[in-house]
Design a protein around this ligand. Structure first.
Ligand SMILES: [Ca+2]
Ligand SMILES: [Ca+2]
Length: 303
């Protein structure tokens, strides 16, 4: 009897321990399963968000679909859908083109507008020049192979034109200026080559390069958009010459000279930015393609 009691006394803690162990196991397994389900559905949402972004790109590439069309937005961020923004790459500044044209003024004006000192701007431009030119001769305030070696980055500069605008972040003396300017990427392109299109240029660039007043910028944009009031649509007013634009704006002296130096009426390259959503997950695709659709895509980036 005593012995039997002893066994029961041991059995009870054993049973309790087993229950606790099993309960722990259930909690653990439950957590793992939930984790699997969540990661599975996250992968699924990512997949759907990308499919949504792809649908947006297909619409953006269609020459019949104009900017501002209700087709360019569907659904919302929390369920599923996409939003497409069509702009023009010719509104941007191509560092390869302007460096190879020997035009420093455009960079000087832009960097001054960002708040850089003349010395900072000059060393940034010299270093960009050295990054792009094929030789190892250091510009006055620039940086060539020796400077990159001393900075612990042997093998640089590239000594060729930029292949991506993000390469600019690797350029000694230019990097700090970019780091201090949020959204600097929006001012640059490597896909469109030539003077900036007056047809598509944005107000911040006009202000930085030409010092147009807000009223002058506004009147140019209002004239450009055409009757529908939307940029980049078929009814946009085609600007025939920079001289005519300068006359229209009453731009004389320095403003007129800057308009003639940095801008042209040509340039047309569609930039399609499509963001797809699914259950709070988003996926963005940016495509650059000739306007009109029939041509090949020049760039495809996802993130
Ligand atoms: Ca060089
Ligand atoms: Ca329009």
């Amino acid at each position: 009897m005593i012995r039997h009691f002893h066994i029961r006394a041991i059995a009870l803690p054993m049973v309790l321990w087993c229950i606790a162990f099993l309960a722990g196991l259930v909690v653990l397994t439950g957590g793992l399963v939930r984790g699997w389900i969540e990661s599975e559905s996250l992968a699924e949402r990512k997949f759907v968000a990308r499919q949504m972004a792809l649908s947006g790109i297909a619409l953006g590439l269609n020459p019949a679909v104009e900017n501002g069309s209700p087709l360019l937005r569907k659904g919302d961020k929390n369920t599923e859908g996409y939003e497409v923004k069509i702009t023009n790459e010719s509104a941007r500044l191509n560092p390869n083109f302007w460096i190879q044209s020997g035009n420093r003024a455009i960079f000087n004006r832009l960097f001054a507008n960002w708040g850089a000192s003349l010395a900072e701007a000059e060393s940034a431009i010299d270093s960009l020049q050295d990054w792009i030119d094929g030789d190892d001769l250091v510009s006055l305030k620039g940086a060539e192979r020796g400077d990159y070696e001393r900075a612990g980055r042997p093998g640089y500069p590239a000594n060729r034109p930029l292949k991506h605008i993000r390469e600019m972040e690797s350029v000694i003396n230019l990097a700090p200026l970019l780091a201090a300017k949020q959204g600097w990427q929006e001012d640059f392109t490597i896909w469109y080559s030539g003077k900036i299109s007056i047809q598509h240029v944005t107000e911040p660039i006009l202000t930085a390069l030409v010092e147009l007043t807000p009223i002058q910028c506004q009147s140019l944009i209002e004239m450009r958009v055409g009757r529908d009031g939307v940029e980049n649509t078929a009814d946009d007013q085609k600007l025939e010459s920079i001289e005519a634009v300068a006359d229209f704006l009453g731009a004389g002296g320095k403003q007129r000279a800057a308009l003639l130096e940095f801008f042209d009426t040509s340039g047309d390259l569609r930039r399609i930015e499509s963001t797809g959503w699914c259950g709070g997950v988003s996926h963005k695709i940016v495509v650059i393609a000739p306007t009109g659709g029939a041509g090949q895509m020049m760039s495809w980036e996802e993130g």
